[in-house]
Design a protein around this ligand. Sequence first.
Ligand code: SF4
Length: 203
Amino acid sequence: MHFLPADTGSIGALRSAAAGCRACHLYQQATQTVFGEGPVPADIMMVGEQPGDIEDRQGHPFVGPAGRLLDKALAEAGLDRSQVYLTNAVKHFKHTTTADSKRRIHAKPNQTEITACLPWLESELGVVRPKLVVVLGSTAAQTLAGREFKVTKSRGKVMPWRDIKLLATVHPSSVLRATDRHEAYEGLVEDLKKVASSLARRR
Ligand code: SF4
C-alpha cells in the first residue's frame, strides 16, 4: 500500500501517514482517520470494527458510549485501559445518514474496505508487538482469524494465533444493543477476565 510511510517501525510515522490515507473511499465521508492509541509496545492489543460517530468527531478510538462501557468492563476484569493498545480494523467511520440528515448511522465495512485498511492494522501489530490480541466482534475477528471464524462459537477462549495468543469477544456496542444488557455485559467481563488471567500466568 503506497500510503504506508518509509518507517513502518514508528507508531508516530504510521499515525501521520494514516491521516492522509486515501486507499479506499471511506475517507470521503468521515471527519478524520482514527488511528490506534495506547502504549507501544503493549502486552494487550484490542481491535474493534471501526470508529463510531463520536470517535470520528474527536479523532480517538473508543471514546463514545461503547468505549465507556469497555473501560468499565476492563476495570471490572482487572485490566487497565492505559496498558492496552486500542485500535480498529477500519480507520474511517462508515455510515449512512437519516433522511433529515440529522443522524449518522453506523454501516458495516465491506470486505474491500477491510482489506484496503489491513496494512495499517498489520503495521500496528508489528510495532505494538502484543502478547495477546483481543478481537471485539465479528469484523475484527474475521479480519485477523479468518472469514470462517465465529465469535459466538469461540468467544472467551485464549487460543494460539501466529506466534502469540488471541481471544475473541463481543464488541461493546453489541452489549448496548442487547435485549438483556446485564447478561451481555457480564459475558464481556467474563471474557476479559480470561485475558487478565492469561497474562498473569505468563508473568
Ligand atoms: S478506511 Fe482505511 S484504507 Fe480506507 S481510507 Fe481510511 S485509513 Fe485508508
